[in-house]
Design a protein around this ligand. Sequence first.
Ligand code: G3P
Length: 217
Amino acid sequence: MQLFLDGSDIDKIRKFSDLGLIDGVTTNPSIILKSGKNMIEIISELADIVSGSVSAEVSALDSEKMVEEGVKLSKIAENITVKLPITWDGLGACNTLSKKGISVNMTLCFSASQALLAAKAGADYVSPFIGRLDDLNLEGVDLISDIKLIYSNYKFSTKILAASIRTINHVKQCAHLGADVATIPIDIFERLVKHPLTDSGLTQFTADWEKTGQSII
Ligand code: G3P
């Protein structure tokens, strides 16, 4: 499973990218608002830091304007993926942009039928929002397995990019179910490595090693 970061904190994204752990980044209008920065500048910086896909979302709601914005965003860097909402206009824009060779991520996916349409429209990625389904007392990750089954039935190449991830368990469930990508908020990503037994085990090993009086180098 590829690991994307869902956010725009440049320092942290650079740090994890330098560790060789990050395959891409996703953003959305709420993330851009929170950053307080200019969207084009931040997307361009992110596209410089990571070599993989960087999703940049259009603001237009009509197909023609989405295509115009998508073409502009795609010119920021070679690794830009244009993010479009799953609406009829978004699907039309996806079809047009995909035919131009521009990578598209269809976002705000809450049903298998929407994911089927995204694949038919030629999307590179579809983004099911699992946390927001959980918010409605539904089992968000079930959508991942539904889409997985449909895409494998028809050998669609659209990648399942699990989004709206809220917990470490979501990451594990996405990996179990075979999501192609999980886009993870930075605070959750930071917690993926943590385990109290790792901390206590390391403390003990370090203390015992000091007692040996040896050195490796
Ligand atoms: O990329 C979409 C994702 O960030 C939405 O997450 O937590 O706002 O539902 P959330």
